[in-house]
Design a protein around this ligand. Structure first.
Ligand SMILES: [Zn+2]
Length: 206
């Protein structure tokens, strides 16, 4: 007896990058929609209508801006962009910083994030478990970076971002250079935006 194929898709939504064709989970891609006839980035992925997606890399975003045509079902004719070509990479970097800040604050409020080098050591001693990731600011002293790195099991992701004042401001504390992140979907978002900020900041330098 033949069973009817399941019509509900319980897996994560996957979309193709319009620049390179590679498939990724929707929430890890940059979404673009049509706003008043212009191709506009939809950072939060909340705007209605047809969309195209690009990998969150400067390469694929540059390629999207260079295309002469997009899929006909999305837009017929040559695309016009709401954010000018020369501003889009900085625009994405700034949005990624805003999102990172938002998720750091959320992590702090929900107990996913703890601050300070000693907290990491104490937590590891108490729980016998390493944090899922650690974020250190760019202005953290080299000695501290070495000590924290030595505490952590090999392979623990270490993000570098911002300075102690901006990290403290993001999480509503005094300036802080080291925070530990427990395993959580929030931590995954923080890693995602942290990686994006690095990619898009590097591409601004030349
Ligand atoms: Zn791509």
């Amino acid at each position: 007896m033949k069973k009817k194929a399941a019509t509900t898709n319980k897996g994560p939504s996957v979309r193709s990058c319009v620049a390179c064709g590679e498939k990724s989970r929707k929430e890890t891609l940059v979404r673009f929609v049509l706003l008043s006839g212009e191709v506009a980035p939809d950072w939060r992925g909340t705007l209605e209508g047809r969309a195209v997606y690009a990998c969150p890399t400067p390469d694929c975003v540059r390629k999207l801006y260079a295309v002469k045509r997009l899929p006909d079902a999305f837009l017929q004719g040559a695309p016009r962009f709401a954010v000018p070509r020369e501003e889009i990479l900085a625009w994405i970097r700034d949005q990624a910083i805003a999102s990172l800040t938002h998720f750091l604050s959320l992590a702090r409020k929900s107990g996913v994030l703890t601050t300070g080098q000693n907290t990491i050591a104490d937590a590891m001693e108490r729980d016998g478990k390493a944090p899922a990731a650690v974020l250190m600011t760019a202005d953290t002293a080299d000695r501290t970076v070495r000590e924290v790195t030595r505490l952590l099991p090999a392979g623990t992701p270490i993000l570098r971002w911002g300075d102690q004042a901006s990290l403290g401001a993001a999480i509503g504390t005094r300036p802080v250079g080291v925070v530990a992140l427990a395993a959580s979907p929030i931590t995954e978002r923080i890693r995602h935006y942290g990686a994006m900020i690095n990619l898009f900041s590097l591409s601004q330098e030349h």
